[in-house]
Design a protein around this ligand. Structure first.
Ligand code: BJW
Length: 249
């Protein structure tokens, strides 16, 4: 690996990017699995599973309310901005898939963006089919919030964060869009880049394998080796806010 690696693109190149919590770390957002990370103060099964929500919705709302308050004070960093600038160069030949719910890619200007684990600033009803809606409230005092549509119909429906928890399906339309991008990329030069993710959570962690099946050259940028590092062609160890601007410049 050269000292200053760069991903070279020409007019034929398609680029699919997957990001994780590490990309937002330099913006001040806590990651999940590190010492001092989110799962250390909140047990994952209690705050990121439908069973945990059924058992203690107040705890779940405390966790997400705290995260809403924190994320509001954070700004996109040079890693987010490098990805948005790269999209501006490549247009439809680029797609960004993020596991992050903090919306910092959106705020950095990324538009060809799929937020596969949901959005921190949206809520939905846990009981009715009402579409997810924008919601930046912190509900950590008193009872968990109720759905107005259900209340009007004389039912009790509890609002929940619009987040994909463990054991829940990802939105099939998101998976389809990713698969379609890969299918279209296979007859071109195809680059898959993952950044700031532990490679521990599926199906995101298997995207590198799908991309390789479609002929991609694969890159990982991470502060330390991830669980799936050996499945990538190239590994650049470092902070994404420093590495991505140089790699994509
Ligand atoms: C830096 C850095 C810097 C730090 N620069 N780097 C196949 C095999 C085994 C299990 C399964 C499987 N398929 C499905 C499953 C079950 C399950 C799963 O994956 N379990 C694993 C734990 C084994 N998956 C699911 O349930 C998914 N649903 C699904 O597949 O449905 C069908 C199905 C269900 C059940 C069985 C089978 C099929 C849903 C997954 C939903 C994940 N949701 C969460 C929480 C909600 C979001 C939120 O509240 O924010 O999403 S979990 C949490 O992990 C969060 C993250 O998006 C996700 C990934 O974490 P990430 O991004 O990797 O963060 P960290 O903290 O782990 O790592 C950060 C990395 O960055 C570290 O490596 C640092 O070193 C690095 N770093 N600073 C660069 N500056």
């Amino acid at each position: 690996m050269p000292d200053n690696p760069r991903i070279l693109v020409d007019d034929d190149t398609r680029v699919l990017v997957l990001t994780g919590a590490g990309v937002s770390a330099e913006s001040g957002i806590a990651t999940f699995r590190a010492a001092g990370g989110l799962w250390e103060s909140y047990p994952v099964e209690k705050v990121a599973s439908p069973e945990g929500f059924d058992e203690d919705p107040e705890l779940v709302w405390r966790f997400y309310s705290e995260r809403r308050r924190k994320a509001r004070t954070c700004e996109p960093n040079p890693g987010h901005r490098a990805l948005a600038a790269f999209e501006a160069r490549l247009g439809d030949r680029f797609l960004l898939v993020t596991q992050n719910v903090d919306e910092l890619h959106r705020r950095a200007g990324s538009r060809r963006l799929i937020e596969i684990h949901g959005r921190l600033f949206q809520s939905r009803c846990a009981h009715c089919e009402r579409a997810p809606f924008d919601d930046d409230h912190a509900y950590d005092a008193g009872d968990p919030p109720l759905c107005e549509v259900c209340s009007t119909a004389g039912r009790i429906g509890m609002l929940r964060p619009h987040i994909v928890w463990f054991g829940e399906m990802l939105d099939p339309s998101h998976l389809l869009r990713i698969e379609e991008f890969m299918n279209a990329a296979r007859t071109h030069r195809f680059v898959f880049l993952a950044a700031g993710t532990s490679g521990a959570v599926y199906p995101a962690a298997a995207m590198v394998d799908r991309a390789r099946l479609h002929g991609a050259e694969t890159w990982l940028v991470n502060a330390e080796p991830a669980e799936n590092t050996h499945r990538f062609h190239h590994f650049v160890e470092g902070r994404s806010g420093e590495v991505l601007p140089a790699l994509l410049g």
